[in-house]
Every structure is written in C-alpha cells, then in structure tokens.
Design a protein around this ligand. Structure first.
Ligand SMILES: *Cc1c(COP(=O)(O)O)cnc(C)c1O
Length: 327
C-alpha cells in the first residue's frame, strides 16, 4: 500500500458468523464484515475511504472539506465528523428540501458544526461548484470530495480492506462477498483487491440506484483509475464486475416491503441492524438470491456491512419502521 493514509478508523472490523440467519435461509453459511463499526461517528464504509482522502486533502493544504450527498447521506455525516476531529471546516451540499426538524444523519451533521447548502437534485453539480468557489474566494482553502468519496483515492481504501479480510479469514475464504453498491468506490476497491490477489470467490454488488450496465461501467472505470494510482498491474473490464440490479425497488431511498423484511429478519435473528437505504436493499438482494438458489449448499457468503444505521432514526423512515401491530 503505497498511498498516504491517516489512520483513525477502528480496524480491522470484526467478521462474525450469522448462524441463526443462516439457519433461517437453509444451506448457506452467512458471515458479516462489520464496516458499520469503523469507529467514526457510527462508522460506515466512508470512514475507510476518508483515511486516504484526508491524507491527500491535508497534503494539499486543505482547511475546509466540501462534499455532496442526499439529505440523509452517511458519507456527509462521516465527513462532517472527520472535519470536526481534525479542526477543519465542513460544507455539505445536500439535495432535497430542508426539513422542518433535522433527524438521523442530518441531525448529526449539525452537531459536528457542518454548514449545509441545500439544492435541487438536478442542480447538485452546479451547487457544489458554487459552494467550492465561494469558500475559495473567502480564503478557506476548500478541498472537494466527490459523491461518496468514490474516486481512486477513496477506492484504494477498499483494496486495503480486501487484504484485511483475507488476513482475517485465513484459509476459510468466502465463496461470495455481497455488498451494497451505489457510487461504486467500495466495489471498485474490493473487485480490484480480489483480482490482485487472484481471489477464487465472487464479489457481487447489489445496486442501490443504478442499472447494472451503468454501475459495471462506473466500477470498472474507477477500478482502472485506482489501479493506476496504486501502480497495480490489474485492469478490470465492465464484464468482470458482478452487479445485480433486480432490487432497485421504488428507487433511491424508498423503503419498501423487501427492505422491511430484510431489516426485520437481520434484527430478529441476529440482533444486527441494517440501514434503510443501502444495506437493507443489499440484504433484500442477498435473501432473494439465496431463496432463488444462486448460492450452492455449503457455500459461504460474506455480507459486507457498509454502515448507515443513523438513517434508521431519520424522520422519513419512522412510519415505515414501526413494528407490525399485534394480531
Ligand atoms: C455510501 C454507502 C454505500 C455505497 O458505497 P459506494 O462506495 O458509494 O458504492 C453503501 N452503504 C452505505 C451505508 C453507504 O453509506
């Protein structure tokens, strides 16, 4: 690992068996990689990426982190916490309507002292540029972190994370790694790590919000950029990237029946929390594919938990998450 990195994540994150959930599914051996426990303000996959991004930002003289996301962005929450921890300013460009009362991740953004600029979803790029330019003119030395910290620098963290998993699993490597995939950096890093180490299993991204074809392109492109940055002799093509887009449900952030079933099943069999946007959808995919017989009997499946649990407390999901009425 030849890239600058500032270490603040709690690593390695545990890998735990999920025996009761495995029994409920019959036949597969399920495990979970707890990247919801990376340690920075409720953790998540962005914490790993930010170790590399922060190193680059500070090397560039940054004094203010500027990034972008949805109102309940986990990436923005972790960036805001990081900025506070390193004494940097933080400007978040969030798409959507400002709510009357803040909740979930957005509540935490405020606790960390991040400034929020609201914009319409289709104006996100322009609003981000405007926020950056303004901070620059004000002499605040802004540093731009892209959506989901999904650039070559951020994705490099998941090449390292793949090695971390290899070391933890020793000779008991999983047959499958299943994860939620959206801006693609996490999957790009894991897929690159897998190719680099000639991993025999498969890395399957459950798309949260993009058509499989588009996400495969994005992930392969990012993986090639990351390989270039890290000087790795691996080039992934889109067809090397495994994506399933059959679980897009009602679209980004829409909590449906499949997500509800996944959240309840993980909670009730293992006492394990998923988030409503990403891991609930990925877990719904995992359950659906297991029931459809994708995984062979005796195979082991590592569910890579990418975090996001503060969104469970977002106002928008409170009604959806109420337990069913007793009959
Ligand atoms: C951002 C995020 C993802 C998606 O990761 P990408 O690298 O953007 O594909 C998955 N799960 C959670 C909880 C996230 O916050």
């Amino acid at each position: 690992m030849n890239l600058p990195r500032i270490r603040f994540a709690h690593l390695p994150t545990p890998i735990e068996p999920l025996p009761r959930l495995s029994a409920a599914l019959g036949g597969v051996r399920l495990l979970v990689k707890r990247d919801d426990q990376t340690g920075l303000a409720f953790g998540g996959n962005k914490t790993r990426k930010l170790e590399f991004v922060l190193a680059e930002a500070l090397a560039n003289g940054a004094r203010t982190l500027v990034t972008v996301g949805a109102a309940q962005s986990n990436h923005c929450r972790q960036t805001a916490a990081l900025a506070a921890r390193y004494g940097l300013g933080c400007i978040l460009v969030l798409s959507g309507e400002p709510p009357v009362e803040r909740s979930g991740n957005l509540l935490l953004d405020g606790l960390f002292g991040a400034e929020v600029a609201w914009c319409r979803p289709e104006e996100r790029g322009a609003a981000l540029k405007a926020a950056f330019d303004r901070a620059w003119e004000e002499g605040r030395r802004p540093y731009l972190i892209p959506l989901g910290a999904s650039n070559a620098t951020g994705a490099a963290a998941y090449v390292a994370a793949f090695d971390e998993m290899l070391e933890q699993m020793g000779s008991h490597l999983p047959d499958w790694i299943v994860l939620a995939s959206s801006s693609g950096g996490t999957q790009a890093g894991l897929a690159l790590g897998a190719a680099l180490r000639k991993f025999n299993g498969r890395v399957l991204g459950i798309s949260v919000d993009h058509a499989a074809h588009d996400l495969q392109e994005t992930v392969a492109h990012l993986a090639r950029e990351t390989a270039g940055r890290m000087d790795l002799p691996v080039a992934l093509r889109p067809e090397d990237v495994l994506v399933n887009d059959e679980y897009l449900g009602g679209g980004y952030g829409v909590f449906g029946e499949a997500e509800r079933e996944a959240v309840q099943l993980f909670a009730r069999t293992e006492g394990l929390l998923l988030d409503p946007v990403y891991t609930a959808r990925a877990a719904a995919g995992l359950l659906g594919l297991a029931r459809a017989g994708l995984f062979q009997a005796g195979e082991s499946v590592l569910f890579w938990h990418t975090g996001g649990t503060p969104a469970l407390f977002a106002e928008a999901y409170q009604r959806d998450l109420q337990p069913p009425e007793p009959a």
